[in-house]
Design a protein. Sequence first.
Length: 93
Amino acid sequence: MTDMFPHLDPAYEAERQRATDELDANYPGQLVAYTDTWAGTSLTRVVVVATHDEQEFQDRLRGLAPDVRRRVVLTQVPEPGVISLGGAEYQFE
């Protein structure tokens, strides 16, 4: 059952959180596009685009192969100490 719905698998959720923590540490303040591949016990996350510049981000996304574009997840990694809620950003220490 969890093969069809990996988000129900606690191991998947733990791996996804680990990969997200790595993304936060390695790409603060950047626009990031990545793909995830779940192999039943491990998650492989591949960052395909990362930049601070919105136009460059869009241009590089357009240059991705169609099969990658279909699977890509887009996010903006917050700066350390910043939380975004409802379009507003809050600083904390």
